[in-house]
Write a protein that binds this ligand. Structure first.
Ligand code: B16
Ligand code: MG
Length: 224
């Protein structure tokens, strides 16, 4: 059966821009202050998951009072928000704007579905917030990825059905969320061999959006 695609939903971090390094630096600063071990490898496991779940993973089973957990998340976010000041339109990843142009010309509806509570700030700093018909972020739903809620909420804002929508995601939790919601999926695998396994369950896997042409993606979705 041919898929009738009329909407695209993009994850933000790892798909449209790369804020993972800034998240790493912010978590690392907090972890160093607290004496928690935290490496770049540890940071990979935080991709696409909420701030709260990121803290849980960073703590690796260490139990702390709720008040302290709130303070640690607040502190990390302050460091992260400071780092967001460095973002400019040059930080849109290669190919993303061209794909948005093609999709807009084809009459597709466009949205962002990000776990981040800073998604509006990031999109504004990138200079592309007006390109989207809807932005779903970390404030929109209670159940975060891998629950399908955020993508379903975002599709609802677009007036699009999941079976007419493709979700672009770089994280395992995001691909699972989209598939549980009944969406088609494009997994953005990146170029680091050690972490490429995270999106293998997607309908279509691409290394990045550079050279990703809409017609090719639609044809691959139909063959998947
Ligand atoms: P915040 P995405 C996710 O963004 C990040 O990949 C993840 O590392 C982060 O913990 C999460 O947003 C929450 O971000 O602390 O800014 O609310 O990939 O869903 O666009
Ligand atoms: Mg992501």
């Amino acid at each position: 059966m041919t898929a009738r695609i009329n909407a695209l939903i993009f994850d933000l971090d790892g798909v449209i821009t790369d804020t993972a390094e800034l998240h790493y630096q912010a978590w690392k600063q907090m972890a160093d202050e607290e004496g928690y071990p935290f490496t770049r490898e540890d940071n990979e496991a935080l991709r696409g998951v909420s701030r709260r779940e990121s803290l849980n993973r960073l703590l690796k089973g260490r139990v702390i009072p709720e008040e302290k957990a709130l303070d640690l998340m607040e502190r990390k976010n302050r460091y992260y928000v400071d780092l967001l000041e460095t973002i400019t339109p040059a930080d849109v990843l290669p190919g993303a704007l061209a794909l948005l142009d093609e999709a807009e010309a084809a009459g597709l509806k466009l949205a962002v579905g990000s776990a981040s509570r800073n998604a509006h700030t990031v999109l504004t700093k990138l200079g592309i917030i007006d390109r989207f018909d809807a932005v779903g972020d970390g404030y929109c739903v209670v159940n975060t990825k891998p629950a399908p809620d955020l993508f379903l909420w975002t599709a609802g804002r677009l007036g699009a059905y999941p079976h007419n929508t493709i979700v672009f995601e770089d994280a395992e939790a995001g691909i699972e969320a989209a598939q549980r919601g009944g969406f088609y999926t494009v997994g953005i695998a990146g170029h680091d061999q050690s972490v490429q396994g995270r999106v293998t369950k997607a309908n279509v896997v691409l290394p990045d959006l550079a050279h990703a042409r809409l017609a090719d993606i639609l044809s691959k979705i139909n063959k998947a």
